[in-house]
Design a protein around this ligand. Structure first.
Ligand code: ADP
Ligand code: ASP
Ligand code: MG
Length: 673
């Protein structure tokens, strides 16, 4: 069994009705059909108006309805058939006019439309029967309604097309009543649930549930699939295309609701079902009721982020608005009613018309850099958009390693927007995701130097994956933080320049201690207290971090350096590296090493034809003469000093390299490039 419901616009005149007949007859070719109809367009309103008049004055008010139904009959029937149909219309309108309770007048619109269509279908040779929904549907009593509907249908196995008026029913005491304005949709769902229909189709004058009301915003688009829950919430909040209570019997019976356009059957449709619709995290549509705007999502939206985006959009449109509710599946805004359409247009433009220009950010790591990045994205949203022409949306954040898998799952879901995976962790293992992410065409921006300082072979496969897929892999922040150190090296490599030597002063902790001239132990403790060192300060002293930076720098310059190729001389002799941090400090206090202010902790690379990769690499403390560019590097500054065939006078990049905000700015720059 199929249930097809057509709304008032779909049966507005004879031309529309002919179209409906074609659709119904095609559906009935393969299955039995219940056809539920609304009153012809405007008829219910006219009947309600007439019902407010004293019985004696209703005739005149109903005259235009007589003419419209008569016109339909004149175009669909001839001779006796036309005469009989007109007689029936007259009788129904007379009965409406004579109703003792004016409120009951409105129940006649659906009787008029269905009687005419039933006659026409019969005339065309279909085996039809008219069902009296007033007797079959008991308002607020679905079980009783189902029993009556089943009985009525089972008693007529010969019938192919049942024609039933929507909207009308009876109440518990048996009096005729309605299911509420727009209630024909619910009538159809009740017939469908009663008969366990395989299909419930709501035919109307728009191609499905759309991103917003297309009469207000012509750019609205069809939402192809959505959950019952979303459909219910959208309908409750102003998407008149579906009467909200319709969802409940359909959901209970597990019947999908399809919404289609009578006038453009192939122009798009919406399927409402138990399965989720669009992936969570984005708005599906915007509904409006008066001055209240409901931005609806399946779920998973970043409330604070989207709330700020809504308010920014309204502000830009010069509309004062406030947030009434914000939850994971919706935001409810209020604006002055006079500005509501304008607000709807602005919000629709922001969330639905710019989609191709949306860049989705999936962030792993919410430490100092990750959180500073989120702040930057939010506080600079307008400038970023003006500069890049794109809207950057933080789609998902993994705050802990345990959330990485979920982040990846969200990231890998198909979608049309450009995506960027941002790695602000210091994880040793997260780089395993890099290749699949790049292969999925997703760009990667990383501040995680561990991910790029992996063995050369793995580094090379990551690079190759980026090359193959065309996705970007950027990690300028991994060395020198906010200083642009990698760019010039890559330029040199691609320009055929040959590096003669590269010296990198990239450990701001050690650099500060050496250049200060203070007592080594006291200076180290101070740096430790200020959070400038790793938890165990020996990690910095051992040169591991400097090694990672040197590997990344060299590889950027085209030199396939691996950890084994680098000779590391820790700042302190081996025995200092044994035991706890406390023991380490005790040992340091007992036998404090002395370092002159001419010393710097340098990672260097020197061309050496005898070395296996053509370069000798060394990390350790070195004395630098008064003319050496590194000598003037003090405090927490970082620097690289490069001599090459082209740079016979050294290329020096130096400056303050630390701070989460600087790092976040550098990550953002990589995202925007
Ligand atoms: P019918 O007479 O077929 O039941 P309705 O007038 O009840 O049709 O519902 C269809 C109307 O709903 C459309 O013409 C459209 O103006 C309005 N509408 C409001 N919001 C939406 C939306 N989000 N998507 C589609 N249509 C909507
Ligand atoms: N004709 C009724 C109304 O206008 C019912 C419907 O169209 O669904 O409200
Ligand atoms: Mg409707």
């Amino acid at each position: 069994m199929k249930v097809l419901k057509f709304g008032g616009s779909s049966v507005a005149d004879a031309t529309c009705i002919s179209r409906v007949l074609d659709i119904v007859e095609a559906a009935a070719a393969g299955d039995r059909v219940v056809l539920v109809l609304s009153a012809i367009k405007g008829c219910t309103d006219a009947l309600i108006e007439a019902g407010r008049l004293p019985a004696g004055e209703r005739d005149r008010a109903l005259a235009p309805m007589y003419l419209r139904h008569r016109d339909i009959i004149d175009r669909l029937f001839t001779g006796d058939q036309a005469r009989d149909a007109i007689e029936e219309v007259c009788a129904l309108l007379d009965a409406a006019a004579a109703e003792p309770d004016g409120d009951t007048c409105q129940t006649y619109g659906e009787l008029l439309s269905t009687r005419i269509v039933d006659r026409k279908l019969t005339l065309e040779g279909n085996r039809t029967a008219w069902l009296d929904s007033r007797e079959l549907i008991v308002r607020d009593n679905p079980d009783e309604s189902y029993a009556r509907i089943c009985k009525a249908v089972e008693s007529r196995p010969d019938v192919k097309i049942f024609v039933a008026p929507g909207f009308v029913a009876s109440d518990a005491s048996g009096r005729v009543c309605t299911l509420g304005r727009g209630g024909s949709d619910l009538s159809a769902a009740l017939y469908a649930a009663a008969l366990d229909a395989e299909s419930l189709q709501i035919w109307t004058d728009v191609p499905g549930v759309m991103t917003t009301n297309p009469r207000e915003v012509p750019a609205a688009r069809t939402i192809e699939a959505m959950s019952y829950d979303l459909a219910f919430r959208m309908a409750e909040n102003g998407a008149k295309v579906l009467y909200a209570p319709t969802v409940l019997p359909a959901r209970k019976a597990g019947i999908d609701i399809t919404i289609l356009d009578t006038f453009h059957p192939d122009g798009g449709s919406t399927v409402i079902s138990a399965g989720a619709g669009a992936p969570g995290g984005a708005f599906s549509g915007i509904c409006r009721m008066g001055g209240k705007l409901y931005l609806a999502a399946e779920g998973g939206i970043d409330t604070a982020w989207e709330e700020a985006a809504c308010l920014r959009t309204l502000e830009r449109a010069g509309i004062e608005g406030k947030v009434l509710e914000a939850a994971g599946d919706h935001i409810l805004l209020e604006v002055p009613e006079g500005n509501a359409t304008l607000a709807l247009k602005a919000l629709h433009m922001e969330f639905f018309e710019k989609e191709s220009n949306t860049v989705e950010i999936y962030l792993a790591g919410f430490g100092a850099v990750g959180s500073a990045l989120c702040e930057l994205l939010e506080s600079n949203a307008e400038r970023i958009e003006a500069q890049s022409g794109a809207r950057f949306v933080l789609k998902a954040v993994a705050r802990h390693e345990s959330e990485d898998d979920a982040l990846m799952e969200a990231l890998m879901k198909p979608g049309s927007a450009r995506k960027v995976f941002v790695d602000c962790t210091n994880s040793k293992t997260i780089y395993h995701y890099y290749i699949p992410v790049l292969e999925a065409g997703v760009d990667i921006v990383s501040s995680n130097r561990r991910a790029l300082a992996v063995p050369y072979a793995e580094y090379a496969s990551i690079k190759a994956a980026a090359l193959r897929s065309g996705a970007a892999l950027r990690y300028e922040t991994t060395v020198g933080t906010s200083l642009p150190m990698l760019g010039p090296l890559a330029t040199a490599a691609s320009g055929g320049d040959r590096i003669r030597s590269l010296e990198a002063v990239v450990s701001c902790t050690l650099n500060r201690i050496f250049s200060s001239g203070e007592d080594f132990c006291a200076a180290l403790k101070k740096a430790h207290a200020e959070g400038l060192t790793e938890k165990d300060p020996r990690t910095d002293l051992g040169g591991v971090d400097a090694l990672r930076k040197l590997l990344i720098l060299s590889r950027e310059a085209g030199i396939p350096l691996d950890a084994d190729d680098v000779e590391i001389k820790p700042v302190l002799p081996e025995e200092y590296f044994e035991g706890s941090v406390e023991e380490f400090y005790r040992r340091l206090e007992a036998a404090a090493p002395k370092f002159g202010t001419d010393l710097r902790f340098v990672a260097s690379l020197v061309a050496d034809p005898a070395a296996p990769k053509g370069y000798k690499a060394f990390i350790g403390v070195r004395a630098v003469g008064p003319d050496h560019p590194a000598r003037t590097i003090t405090g927490t500054d970082n620097a690289i000093i490069m001599y090459s065939d082209f740079h016979t006078s050294p290329l020096v990049i130096r400056g303050s390299g630390e701070g989460a905000r600087g790092a976040a700015a550098s990550v953002l720059h990589d995202i925007l490039r």
